[in-house]
Write a protein that binds this ligand. Sequence first.
Ligand code: TYD
Length: 133
Amino acid sequence: MIPQIIQFPKIYDKRGNLSFLEHPNQLPFEIARTYWIYDVPGGELRGSHAFKEQQEVIIALSGSLDVVIHDGKEEKVYSLNRSYYGLYIPKMYWRRLENFSTNSLALIVSDKSYDENDYIRDFEIFKQLTDER
Ligand code: TYD
Protein backbone atom coordinates (compact mmCIF):
# COMPACT_ATOMS: atom_id res chain seq x y z
CA MET A 1 0.00 0.00 0.00
CA ILE A 2 1.04 3.60 -0.56
CA PRO A 3 0.15 6.65 1.59
CA GLN A 4 -3.52 7.41 1.14
CA ILE A 5 -6.53 9.09 2.69
CA ILE A 6 -8.99 6.70 4.32
CA GLN A 7 -12.57 7.86 4.77
CA PHE A 8 -14.23 6.58 7.93
CA PRO A 9 -17.94 5.91 8.23
CA LYS A 10 -19.95 8.93 9.31
CA ILE A 11 -23.18 8.20 11.12
CA TYR A 12 -25.24 11.39 10.81
CA ASP A 13 -27.47 12.05 13.77
CA LYS A 14 -29.27 15.17 14.89
CA ARG A 15 -27.85 14.43 18.35
CA GLY A 16 -24.34 14.71 16.90
CA ASN A 17 -22.36 12.68 14.37
CA LEU A 18 -20.28 9.59 15.04
CA SER A 19 -17.36 8.02 13.21
CA PHE A 20 -15.29 4.96 13.93
CA LEU A 21 -12.46 2.81 12.68
CA GLU A 22 -11.84 -0.87 13.08
CA HIS A 23 -9.63 -3.54 11.64
CA PRO A 24 -9.92 -4.84 8.97
CA ASN A 25 -12.71 -2.68 7.51
CA GLN A 26 -11.16 0.78 7.75
CA LEU A 27 -7.68 0.02 9.05
CA PRO A 28 -5.16 -2.19 7.22
CA PHE A 29 -3.54 -3.19 10.53
CA GLU A 30 -4.42 -4.05 14.10
CA ILE A 31 -3.83 -1.25 16.59
CA ALA A 32 -1.04 -1.72 19.12
CA ARG A 33 -0.81 1.91 20.26
CA THR A 34 -2.65 5.20 20.11
CA TYR A 35 -1.25 8.61 20.96
CA TRP A 36 -2.27 12.18 20.34
CA ILE A 37 -0.58 15.53 19.77
CA TYR A 38 -2.17 18.71 21.08
CA ASP A 39 -1.35 22.19 22.45
CA VAL A 40 1.10 22.71 19.58
CA PRO A 41 2.36 26.31 19.61
CA GLY A 42 1.89 28.24 16.35
CA GLY A 43 4.59 27.47 13.77
CA GLU A 44 5.90 24.32 15.50
CA LEU A 45 6.70 21.07 13.67
CA ARG A 46 6.38 17.55 14.99
CA GLY A 47 7.50 14.18 13.80
CA SER A 48 10.31 14.77 11.31
CA HIS A 49 11.30 11.13 10.96
CA ALA A 50 10.45 7.79 9.36
CA PHE A 51 9.74 4.39 10.85
CA LYS A 52 11.50 1.23 9.77
CA GLU A 53 8.53 -1.01 10.51
CA GLN A 54 5.65 0.95 12.00
CA GLN A 55 2.57 1.82 9.95
CA GLU A 56 0.13 4.41 11.15
CA VAL A 57 -2.99 6.43 10.50
CA ILE A 58 -3.12 10.11 11.45
CA ILE A 59 -6.49 11.78 12.07
CA ALA A 60 -7.20 15.45 12.77
CA LEU A 61 -9.86 14.85 15.43
CA SER A 62 -10.19 18.58 15.93
CA GLY A 63 -8.85 21.57 14.00
CA SER A 64 -6.41 20.97 11.18
CA LEU A 65 -2.80 20.18 10.34
CA ASP A 66 -0.70 19.32 7.32
CA VAL A 67 1.21 16.05 7.01
CA VAL A 68 4.16 16.28 4.62
CA ILE A 69 5.23 12.87 3.36
CA HIS A 70 8.51 12.22 1.58
CA ASP A 71 9.10 8.91 -0.19
CA GLY A 72 12.83 9.53 -0.66
CA LYS A 73 12.34 11.17 -4.05
CA GLU A 74 9.47 13.58 -3.69
CA GLU A 75 7.30 15.26 -1.14
CA LYS A 76 3.50 15.42 -0.94
CA VAL A 77 1.34 17.46 1.43
CA TYR A 78 -1.89 16.12 2.88
CA SER A 79 -4.15 18.63 4.65
CA LEU A 80 -6.23 17.02 7.34
CA ASN A 81 -9.21 18.99 8.62
CA ARG A 82 -12.09 16.55 9.13
CA SER A 83 -12.38 13.95 11.87
CA TYR A 84 -13.79 11.37 9.44
CA TYR A 85 -10.66 11.26 7.27
CA GLY A 86 -7.38 9.59 8.20
CA LEU A 87 -4.04 9.50 6.42
CA TYR A 88 -2.53 6.03 6.16
CA ILE A 89 1.28 6.04 6.16
CA PRO A 90 3.11 2.76 5.52
CA LYS A 91 6.53 2.03 6.98
CA MET A 92 9.55 3.79 5.47
CA TYR A 93 8.02 7.14 4.60
CA TRP A 94 9.50 10.31 6.07
CA ARG A 95 6.73 12.39 7.61
CA ARG A 96 6.47 15.81 9.18
CA LEU A 97 3.42 17.31 10.91
CA GLU A 98 3.07 21.08 10.55
CA ASN A 99 0.72 24.03 10.18
CA PHE A 100 -1.32 23.02 13.24
CA SER A 101 -4.38 25.20 13.80
CA THR A 102 -5.24 26.55 17.22
CA ASN A 103 -6.79 23.73 19.28
CA SER A 104 -5.66 21.13 16.76
CA LEU A 105 -5.84 17.59 18.09
CA ALA A 106 -4.07 14.91 16.04
CA LEU A 107 -4.72 11.26 16.86
CA ILE A 108 -2.22 8.67 15.65
CA VAL A 109 -2.99 4.94 15.62
CA SER A 110 -0.10 2.59 15.06
CA ASP A 111 0.50 -1.11 14.62
CA LYS A 112 3.54 -1.13 16.92
CA SER A 113 4.33 -0.33 20.52
CA TYR A 114 6.71 2.58 21.08
CA ASP A 115 10.26 1.64 20.12
CA GLU A 116 12.95 4.27 19.68
CA ASN A 117 14.96 1.78 17.59
CA ASP A 118 12.23 1.85 14.94
CA TYR A 119 12.84 5.57 14.27
CA ILE A 120 15.00 6.92 11.44
CA ARG A 121 15.72 10.49 12.51
CA ASP A 122 18.43 11.31 9.95
CA PHE A 123 17.00 12.27 6.54
CA GLU A 124 20.20 11.40 4.68
CA ILE A 125 20.16 7.88 6.12
CA PHE A 126 16.48 7.62 5.19
CA LYS A 127 17.27 8.64 1.60
CA GLN A 128 20.05 6.08 1.35
CA LEU A 129 17.71 3.35 2.58
CA THR A 130 14.98 4.33 0.11
CA ASP A 131 17.46 4.32 -2.79
CA GLU A 132 17.31 0.53 -2.46
CA ARG A 133 13.51 0.56 -2.86
P1 TYD B 1 8.49 11.64 19.09
O1 TYD B 1 7.85 10.49 18.40
O2 TYD B 1 9.93 11.92 18.83
O3 TYD B 1 7.64 12.96 18.81
P2 TYD B 1 7.34 13.68 17.41
O4 TYD B 1 7.56 12.67 16.36
O5 TYD B 1 5.93 14.11 17.47
O6 TYD B 1 8.23 14.86 17.30
O7 TYD B 1 8.25 11.47 20.65
C1 TYD B 1 8.58 12.49 21.57
C2 TYD B 1 8.92 11.84 22.89
O8 TYD B 1 7.78 11.14 23.42
C3 TYD B 1 10.04 10.82 22.78
O9 TYD B 1 11.05 11.17 23.71
C4 TYD B 1 9.46 9.50 23.18
C5 TYD B 1 8.12 9.80 23.79
N1 TYD B 1 7.08 8.90 23.29
C6 TYD B 1 6.71 7.81 24.04
O10 TYD B 1 7.23 7.56 25.15
N2 TYD B 1 5.71 6.99 23.59
C7 TYD B 1 5.11 7.20 22.40
O11 TYD B 1 4.19 6.41 22.00
C8 TYD B 1 5.52 8.32 21.60
C9 TYD B 1 4.89 8.59 20.26
C10 TYD B 1 6.50 9.14 22.08
